[in-house]
Every structure is written in C-alpha cells, then in structure tokens.
Design a binder for this molecule. Structure first.
Ligand SMILES: Cc1cc2nc3c(=O)[nH]c(=O)nc-3n(C[C@H](O)[C@H](O)[C@H](O)COP(=O)(O)O)c2cc1C
Length: 185
C-alpha cells in the first residue's frame, strides 16, 4: 500500500492545521498507509552542520525517504511560508552525499500536494509552497491543492469547520493523490 507522510507546518497543538491534518488522515483512511511527521526538534539549518546530519534531521529524512507521497498542510504567516516549515524544507532539499552537492536529496522526486488552513484559505502561501516544492525537485500536484478558510466562528471556538466546497475540494485532492500514487505503483 502507498505510504503518505503528512507534514503539518504548524506546531500549534490542537491548532487549525493540526485539525485539518487529522481530517486528511481520516479521509485517506485505509486507502493509504498514513503517518504524521514530528519535526519540532529539527534545528535551524547551518551549512557546516550538514555532515553528519543532526539526529533529528537524519530521522525526518528517513521518514521522508520511506514515503511515496508527502501531503503538506500549512498555515500562512505574513502571506508567506512559516519559518519552521521553510527551515525543514531547506534541510530536506540538501544533497545526502557530502562529495556531491548536486546529489539526490531525501525529498527528490517525491509526489507532493499542499493544503492550508488560513484566514483566507492560504491563497498566498499555497502557490509559494508549491513553487518551492517544484524547485526542490518534487512532483507537486499544483492543480489539486486546496485551502480551508478560518471563519469567524472558528476563531471563536478554536474548532475548524469546512464549507461544502472546501470539503469537496479536499476529497478531490485526496482522490487525485491516490490516483497519482496508483499510476506510480
Ligand atoms: C506571525 C504570524 C503571521 C500571520 N500571518 C497570517 C497571514 O498572512 N494570513 C493568514 O491567513 N493568517 C495569518 N496568521 C494567523 C494564522 O492563520 C493563525 O495563527 C492560525 O491559527 C495558524 O494556524 P494554526 O492554528 O494551525 O497554527 C498569522 C499568524 C502569525 C503568528
């Protein structure tokens, strides 16, 4: 069965993107082997600390390498990719071979897809993250990404709700990803 790794760009326990991540895990259900990456311990990228990679970096790289696809779920910070997630992708983008800076990275060639929970559904952050994922040589499903707007009642209750259209787009995104994985199998 295809392996899908979820990467939530927010470390906010119980936050909107965690709720969206949990919804996607449930949505994929038994149609894929799904796990969630824990990356809170990944240090800030420093070039002279790449070899040997810090233990947390080696672990997240192993989890990424073991996955067939990576589903990113992200908040938007000042219309941008949150710093923690950008730092994680920087580590993931680097060559695994000290002798060859152009060598393969842990994330090279992976099928990727992007969702966001943000005030406006992440209309700014989603294309930025998709562009980054294409640049670091992943196979990003640009047309299939989806966003969930954090609505006034969500801010008040702390609970994320999806409109019918958002729910349909998320289902479509899952279907597109599973179809892509089936093609690759
Ligand atoms: C530094 C910072 C910048 C933010 N900028 C944006 C923004 O540009 N667009 C947006 O929709 N929300 C923005 N927010 C609000 C986030 O959407 C909000 O904190 C949300 O709860 C983050 O998702 P989470 O609960 O999964 O962490 C910002 C929050 C912070 C802390």
């Amino acid at each position: 069965m295809a392996k899908v790794l979820m990467i939530n760009g927010s470390l906010h326990a119980g936050g909107f993107n965690q709720q969206l991540t949990e919804k996607i895990v449930a949505l994929l259900g038994a149609r894929a082997e799904v796990s969630v990456l824990h990356w809170a311990d990944v240090p800030i990228y420093v070039q002279n600390q790449e070899f040997p990679a810090p233990a947390a970096v080696a672990r997240v790289r192993d989890e990424v390498r073991a996955a067939d696809a990576i589903w990113f779920v992200t908040p938007e910070y000042n219309y941008q990719i949150p710093g923690g997630l950008k730092n994680l992708t920087d580590w993931l983008s680097r060559s695994l071979d000290a002798a060859n800076p152009r060598g393969e990275s842990a994330i090279h060639g992976k099928i990727t897809t992007v969702s966001a929970a943000a005030a406006d559904g992440g209309t700014h952050v989603r294309p930025l993250l998709e562009e980054l994922l294409a640049f670091i040589r992943t196979q990003v499903q640009r047309e299939a990404g989806s966003g969930v707007a954090i609505k006034p009642e969500n801010w008040a209750s702390g609970a994320l709700t999806l409109s019918e259209a958002e729910e349909a787009a998320l289902h479509q995104q899952a279907t597109a990803l599973l179809a892509r994985l089936a093609m690759a199998a």
